[in-house]
Design a protein around this ligand. Structure first.
Ligand SMILES: *[C@@H]1O[C@H](CO)[C@@H](O)[C@H](O)[C@H]1NC(C)=O
Length: 247
């Protein structure tokens, strides 16, 4: 039975179990590491009998250690076989490091930037007249920080955030709500920090009207300008014409 257990610190590369007549034996190999350069990589092989670990090889120690009376005798025998010890010690570099490197390359190193959306909604209570929701969508991995700024300073009160919600497709989303009382001239921003972003992403809230309204006004204004130009042209033409007719 093979087991791949993905963890920042531990890859259980192999776990072999064997059960006969009520006896249960396991052989567990682990690659343990924290630093990304894998310098601290440790290879551990444990032999477990009826849930009791009897011997353990630890690559940092370089030999087997026994934990039960039977374990002591096996450890002693195995430690006297230098070729066998060297072969187990080599697994740290031949098995653990390539496996860990593969995990970094295929999973742990992957990051996806969030897509941000900032919108205004009706507040649920009447403590404050305004409420904003800052949403971050489709990011990976899970850890993220969403905060609110007023003129560059963090707002701590009246902020409610959801947990990071799993989209079930490896991506996550999160929503943060801010209830506030708008003041003229202030700048409210939503700031998102995530491993995929070299710098925090800051989104300023634009309190003016929504884009559709702005577009309507822009179309109306263009019509007005066009109308004014035509009217002016007509007036100039009329003036010229009437000036020409005069004696
Ligand atoms: C392996 O041995 C080192 C050095 O004694 C120790 O610090 C480490 O905790 C051991 N690891 C395990 C999993 O027993």
């Amino acid at each position: 039975m093979g087991l791949i257990n993905i963890n920042m610190f531990l890859i259980g590369i192999l776990s072999i179990s064997h059960r006969t007549d009520g006896y249960f034996e396991q052989l567990i190999d682990q690659c343990r590491f924290i630093s990304k350069d894998l310098q601290d990589m440790e290879f551990i092989r444990s032999e477990v009998f009826n849930q009791v670990e009897i011997i353990r090889f630890n690559s940092t120690v370089g030999e087997f250690v026994g934990y039960t009376e039977y374990g002591f005798s096996i450890a002693k025998r195995m430690n006297s076989d230098t070729a066998y010890l060297a072969a187990i010690q080599a697994e740290r570099d031949s098995v653990c490091k390539p496996n860990a490197w593969n995990h970094y390359r295929s999973i742990m190193d992957k990051t996806v930037k969030p897509t941000l959306r900032l919108r205004s909604v009706t507040p649920p209570s009447d403590r404050h007249p305004a409420m904003l929701i800052c949403s971050a969508y489709s990011f990976y991995p899970k850890p993220i920080s969403v905060s609110w700024l007023r003129d560059g300073h963090e707002i701590k009160s009246d902020v409610i955030s959801t947990e990071e919600l799993a989209d079930r497709d490896w991506y996550y989303q999160i929503h943060s709500h801010l209830e506030y009382t708008p003041k003229s001239g202030e700048k409210i921003s939503c700031m998102v920090e995530h491993i995929s972003l070299p710098e925090p992403m800051v989104y300023d809230w634009d309190p003016s009207m929504p884009e559709s309204e702005r577009n309507k006004i822009a179309i109306g204004a263009s019509g007005l300008v066009l109308g004014a130009i035509i009217a002016l042209a007509g007036l100039v033409y009329y003036k010229k014409k009437s000036a020409g007719v005069l004696p």
